[in-house]
Design a protein around this ligand. Sequence first.
Ligand SMILES: Nc1ncnc2c1ncn2[C@@H]1O[C@H](COP(=O)(O)OP(=O)(O)OP(=O)(O)O)[C@@H](O)[C@H]1O
Length: 540
Amino acid sequence: MALARPTWLLLLTDRLLQAPRRILSVRGPEEALPVVRIPRALQRRQAQRRSGCQSTKRPVLVRPGPLLVSARRPELNQPARLTLGRWECATLASRGWRHRRAHGDYFSIERAQRDMPALRHLSSHDSFADLGLEPRVLRALHDAAPEVVRPTSVQSRTIPPLLRGHNLLCAAETGSGKTLSYILPLLQRILDRPVLDIHRVPAPRGLVLVPSRELAEQVQAVAQSLGSSLGLQVQELGGGHGMRKIRLQLSKQPSAHVLVATPGALWKALKSQLMSLEQLSFMVLDEADTLLDESFLDLVDNILEKSHIAQDPADLEDPFNPKAQLVLVGATFPEGVSYLLSKVGSPGSLTTITTSQLHCIMPHVRQTFLRLKGAEKVAELLQILKQHDKEEKPAASGTVLVFCNSSSTINWLGYILDDHKIKHLRLQGQMPASMRAGIFQCFQKGCQDILLCTDIASRGLDSTHVELVVNYDFPLTLQDYIHRAGRVGRLGSQVPGAVVSFVTHPWDVSLVQKIELAARRRRSLPGLASSVGEPLPQEA
Ligand SMILES: Nc1ncnc2c1ncn2[C@@H]1O[C@H](COP(=O)(O)OP(=O)(O)OP(=O)(O)O)[C@@H](O)[C@H]1O
C-alpha cells in the first residue's frame, strides 16, 4: 500500500530531482554539507508522475474455472488444470507469512475430486471373495459390516499376500481401510492353524500392537465384531493401568485368541509372566512409524524378542516350531524408514505395498490456512464453532475436532468454551486412565459435537461423522498434519470434510509453505519416505 507523503516532501524531492546525479546541498557552502541521495526507485516514480505515465504493473487476470489453490490475493490462485513442475518455482500464497504484515492473509487448497483416492480405479466386479478369503470369513464380514461390499485398493493388494503367509509392510493414506486389510487375513490365518498345547497363561495367536488405548479399543471392537461369528475371542489390553487392573483384564478372557494391546501394558504382562507369546502366528504393528519411534522402540524391541518372527512363508509351515507372520501398517513413514525396519527384522523379508497418494495432500478435502496473531485465535475459533452450530445437520454427523499441541492448552481452551456455553468433550494424554476411557467412543456416537484433543486422537481413530478439523495449534510435524487432516474425508464419511489451520509462528509458516508447494506440484510432502521399500544404505 502506498503511504501518503507530505506535500513539503514531494516539493523537496521535485526540486532535488531537477539535478538528479549531483550531490545536493541544502545549506550554505560555508556549513558542513549533509548529503542527500535520491533512491533510484523514487526518481523513477517521480519521473512517471511528471509524465503522467501509468504504473507498469500488469493487471491481474483472474481466469474462470475450478481452482487448485485459491488465495486472498487472486493473482496467487492456481487453476485446477495446472500442475506446477517439480523444479518450477511459484510465488506461494504463504510467501512472506513470517512477516507480521501478513496477519489476516489466508489461502485454501481446494477440493479437486469428490471420491477419496482409495475408491478410485475399482471396478464393480471387485469383491472380497476374489481375494482368497474363505466363505465363513466373508459371511462374518457381511454380518458385521454389511456396508463393506467392495474392497478398497489397499485391501485388494494387501489381503492376498497376507493369506499366502508373507511378512508385509502396508503404507497407505489415512482412512483407506487398512484395519480390515490386516484383520481379515489375521482371523483366517489363525482359524487355519491348530492350537498346539494348553498353556498355563493366556497365549494369544494373533497380536495387534497399537500406540494408544483409544485405538486399542477401536481395533478390538472391529476384530470382535468379525470374530464373534467365527468363534474367536478378541481381548483388549490398554495402557495407563497398574498391574492389578492388567491382571483383572487378562483374567476376564484367559483364552482369548487375539490380543489388541499397547506396548506398555503388554510388556508389563509379559514381564510378570501373565502372558506368553509362544503361540503367536500373526503379529501386527499398526501405526508402525509411531511404534518404531523413540518413545516406544525399546518396548517394541522387547516384545519382538519374545515373539518368533518368520523370515519367509516356509517358516510358518513347521507345526512344532510355530513362528509368526509380521505386518507393519501406517499412513506415514519418515525418511530413513529402512533403518527403523532393520530393527524389527530383515527388510528384505517384507513385501511392500504402497499407494499412489501416500504422503500427499488429500485431494478430496478442502484445506484452509489462516495467518493469525496468537491473540486472535480464540475469537476465530469461537466464530467457527458458533457458525458451525447454526448449520442444520443430521444427528451424529457434522462434528468438529479441535487439535491443540498440549494438554494445558486443551484445559485452558475448555474453560473458555465453557464460558461461552459451548458444549464439548476433552481428550488429552495427562488425563487419568479412568477419565479418558470411553471419551472418543462417546464422541463417535455423537454425545457431543465438539472434541478438543491433542495428537492422541489424531492417529488411527475412525471418525466418519467428523465434518471439520481445526488445527488451533499448527501441528509440529508434517506427519502430524497428515494424521490430523486424515480424520475427515475417510472412507464411509457421511459428510465432505474440511480442515482449517491457524498459522501463528514462523516455524508454522515453514511447514505451511512445504504443504502449499506440495499441493501446487501435486507431489508428496518432503521429509517423508518417497519409496518406503528403499534398500538400506550399505555399511562402510
Ligand atoms: N471396503 C470398504 N468399503 C466401505 N467402507 C470401508 C471399507 N473398508 C473399510 N471401510 C470403512 O472405512 C473407515 C476407515 O477405515 P480404517 O479405520 O481401517 O482406515 P485406516 O486406513 O486404518 O485409517 P487411519 O490411517 O486413519 O488409521 C472405517 O469406518 C471402515 O469401516
